[in-house]
Design a protein around this ligand. Sequence first.
Ligand code: C2O
Length: 583
Amino acid sequence: MAFSHLPCATTLSAVHSPCSRPSSHPLFAKPSHFLTHAKRSPRLQVSCAAAQNQNDSVDSTDPQGKVDRRNMLLGLGGLYGATNLVSIPGVFANPIQPPELDKCGTATVNDKPVEYSCCPPATQRIIDYRLPPVFQMKIRPSAHRVSPEYIFKYNLAIDRMKRLPKDDPRSFMQQANIHCAYCNGAYDQAGQSNVDLQVHNSWLFFPFHRWYLYFYERILGKLIGDPTFALPFWNWDNPKGMTIPPMFVDPNSALYDEKRDPASLPPAVVDLGFTKNTDTLQVVANNLTIMYNEMIRGNANVYDFMGQPLREGGEPKGGGSSERGSHTAVHVWVGDPRQPNGEDLGNFYSAGRDSLFYCHHANVDRMWTLWQYFLPSNKVPDKKITDPDFLNAAFLFYDENAQLVRVTVKDCLDNLRMGYDFERIDLPWLDYRPPRQTAKAKITRTSSTAPKASTLFPLNLDQVVRFQVDKTKKGKANELLVLENITVDTSKLIKFDVFVNDEDDNATELDKAAYLGTYAQVPHRSTKKTETSTIRLKLTDLYDDLADIEDDETIVVTLVPRHQGPGVTIGGIKIIEDSDTAK
Ligand code: C2O
């Protein structure tokens, strides 16, 4: 099915038609599973139909939801212009600034220099990027559902990208090197020597990658003369999309990359939990549980999902649930263990050399959109970050015309304003709440023998450990389990899972109430070779799903490492009351 036939591909001549989607359309899911556009209607009616520029779409919509045509015309003023940065004085530090390209240095992997330069061509002229008006919404298709015509176009575009001169910033390797430079230490933060610029493991994660894909997509579209070209998303959150999409594994295709784990080629099903469970149905159940957990059950505030703040001069203090979870898992699952550093997808410096990376990240980006606009908001009371150090953080990219542009986080918060949307697909994880665990007897017996957490921490996590943690005095409402000062060797793959009162003690099955959450990171470079973060895992729903736990004074926590050997220490663990959630 050609993506361009989606009903939301509205053209300028149809600006006043709302983006309605007939429920009988074959692309649509069962109503119960499918989040309709209507939930997003105040924004949608505008952005889906008309050009938007600096004005927020809600402001330019009249009460009937029609587009104010004046605002639309204002948007036609051209692609570039001055960015109005709102500087809000106050208690904050400063936002992360774009890198200084002329100071780009050597990227490293595992302490060795990357064998080629990851630096982009330097250019004097930098333009503040303005989002162009949206005449036609691009619809990113699910990679498993695309038509042969789509595959042909995509292939052609990538092939042309690979044929561009090596020093063209839009060429395939230059595009791949963007990731290497921003993630493996080629740049210091502007004005700071010896603090790496790093776009992972913090609130920069989603915005950086959104902009990265935005320009990548526009470059591909330009190369085939099709401005409506939209990247496919690897629908790994849906059982039908849990294998590597077929178009990427044809050795004759420009989309092919040989540096992938042979064990992960189709029909292998992605193991988002690294549980190594060999029962495919169980792996699918684990995956859906992980998605439910990282999108819905596990987060108490916006930073739990988006990642912790990162400001000028600082170092990353921890990625959000989605980045740590499904995102990291897919990188590592695809990366080739026969290569020295898990190339290509298994290490940040090389990830962009596999076309599958962009398809993977299109789904990561989709998760952000789903979380922002479609998921139940009672779970996280405020999903907006208004901190100016977030909104004004900036990056540099080359656009489709090879012009160097400066972009800010605040301009990428709404995918519709950026001119793209996603094909609507079932979200089978949406209601995938684990069954209630009722038998309490066994865990009561183990808990009386498990040591207290205070006797074990700081803890070197290289094997399964089980211990008791005291609950707060107030009882179950809005409690969070906090794992403090998790210090990891950033050159290694690190992953561990957290279980609470896990009575059956089978860590290869995650579809149960006792599974609380995860920590994981893709190997990369960092200034000090280690990174320290704190993660918070929401206990509220887990308490509801575990029988009788309210009356207990302690919970029994099991930490299950999925990596080999040392590389992670955890400073402490405690349960706190969450005041944000209480609001
Ligand atoms: Cu920048 Cu998935 O990595």
